[in-house]
Design a protein. Structure first.
Length: 115
C-alpha cells in the first residue's frame, strides 16, 4: 500500500508532492492564504468557485515566501499586520494586481479615462 501524497506549493510557487497534507489553503489569482476552515473560502467553494485555483501550503512561512497575503476573514491579526506594513514584500501592488482577473481591478470613471 502506497502512502497518499498531497500537492503543496513551495516558497518558489512551484508545486511539490508531500506525504503531509497542507496546513493552510490559498487562492492563486488573488494570492491570499488562510485556514482550511475559513468561512469565506468555504462559501466560495460551496458556490462552485475557487476550487480550480486552490493551492495548499505546509505553513505560514512558505505562503508568505511564495508572495501570498493573509486572509482578512480567518486571519484578521496577520492581515492587520500585513496591511500596516504598507503592502510591502507580500502582494505589493505591482506584483499583486497582475494576477487579478480584470473584472476585479479598480476602474476609473469614463471621464478620467479620456483625459
Amino acid at each position: 500500500m502506497t502512502a497518499r501524497t498531497y500537492t503543496l506549493l513551495g516558497p518558489d510557487r512551484q508545486p511539490y508532492q508531500s506525504t503531509t497534507p497542507g496546513a493552510l489553503g490559498g487562492y492563486r489569482p488573488a494570492r491570499i492564504y488562510g485556514r482550511l476552515d475559513c468561512p469565506s473560502a468555504l462559501r466560495a467553494i460551496a458556490r462552485g468557485q475557487y476550487v480550480r485555483n486552490r493551492v495548499f501550503f505546509a505553513d505560514e512561512q512558505t505562503a508568505v515566501a511564495a508572495g501570498y497575503r493573509p486572509c482578512a476573514v480567518c486571519l484578521p491579526d496577520a492581515y492587520a499586520q500585513w496591511k500596516a506594513a504598507g503592502l510591502s514584500e507580500v502582494g505589493a501592488a505591482g506584483d499583486f494586481t497582475q494576477e487579478l482577473p480584470r473584472k476585479l481591478l479598480p476602474t476609473r470613471p469614463k471621464e478620467a479615462q479620456r483625459r
